[in-house]
Design a protein around this ligand. Structure first.
Ligand code: BGO
Length: 258
């Protein structure tokens, strides 16, 4: 049995894709203890594959129940594969969630959805470069035209572990130190401790908290910013580099995925 989880920003086309690939093989309930809808289903062409639909979200800071549910699911009962559904017409915003998902190290594939709309918007996205730069396999999909979805699931079945991207070497140094303090190789945990995420810090001892405080204050001095902004800025800097490399705005109004 393989479990594939679908994740993406609201309106990225996640529900449309879920409905097409599962057909009528769906179960709807709630996530344990909360009134957040939980939908799962079997892939209609291979019943050994379970598709888990996760709530639409922009980030994994637990500000909302949806973010909390998703974060717990990825941390405690990780699926075999993540399919990150991207609205191709809004690449920059979508990649902000992608970078966070990559921190879990779960095998991941990107579905560049809304590919039918891309033609109309005057830019082109180089899929090969994007895939190379992110280190992730990418499939171009259109839920409304039912394109690329079988290819997406077939690819999802056989992808390796995901490697998160590196940030500024000074931040990387701090994250390695935090890894030693919290005894966790998972980048998501290290970054959450760096940011000062209450949930991540709540399980640590006084001694660990003091050590992390020391590491973070040094980084804040060196990088001349506060802990949360350091992470947000690193992510956006990386995303703008990637978008500059992979997206070409053309004079005329034609957007292409190549
Ligand atoms: C409406 N291409 C295009 N063009 N549209 C898509 C694609 C795609 O590949 N995928 C999804 N959509 P959800 P979340 C709508 O509902 O699956 C459209 O939140 C409308 N509704 O049809 O719900 C999809 O689950 C009236 O559009 O996304 C839907 O991630 C007018 O994107 C919307 C126009 O898809 C969100 C569109 C009453």
């Amino acid at each position: 049995m393989t479990i594939i989880a679908l994740l993406g920003n609201p309106n990225s086309g996640k529900t449309s894709i879920f409905n097409i690939i599962t057909g009528s093989n769906q179960q709807v309930g709630n996530w344990p203890g909360v009134t957040v809808e939980r939908k799962s289903g079997r892939y209609k062409k291979d019943k050994t594959i379970t598709i888990q639909d996760l709530p639409g979200l922009y980030s994994l800071s637990p500000y909302s129940l949806e973010e909390q549910v998703t974060r717990d699911y990825l941390s405690l009962t990780p699926p075999d594969v993540l399919v990150n559904i991207i609205d191709s017409t809004n690449l920059e915003r979508s990649l902000y969630l992608t970078l966070q998902l990559m921190e879990f190290g779960i095998p991941m594939v990107l579905a560049l959805n809304m590919s039918d709309l891309v033609e109309r918007e005057g830019k082109s996205i180089d899929l090969e470069k994007l895939s190379y730069r992110l280190g992730l396999p990418i499939v171009k999909t259109s839920a409304v035209k039912n394109r690329g979805l079988d290819e997406l699931i077939n690819l999802a079945k056989k992808i390796p572990k995901t490697q998160a991207l590196d940030y500024d070497h000074r931040l990387e140094g701090a994250l390695s130190e935090i890894a030693k303090v919290i005894h966790s190789n998972r980048r998501f945990d290290q970054i959450k401790c760096f940011e000062g995420d209450k949930l991540a810090l709540s399980v640590l001892t006084e001694k660990q908290l003091l050590e992390i405080d020391d590491i973070v204050s040094i980084s804040e001095k060196i990088l001349n910013d506060d802990r949360e902004s350091i992470i947000v800025n690193e992510r956006y800097d990386l995303i703008s580099q990637i978008v500059r490399l992979c997206v070409t705005e053309s004079e005329g109004k034609s957007i292409k995925l190549t």
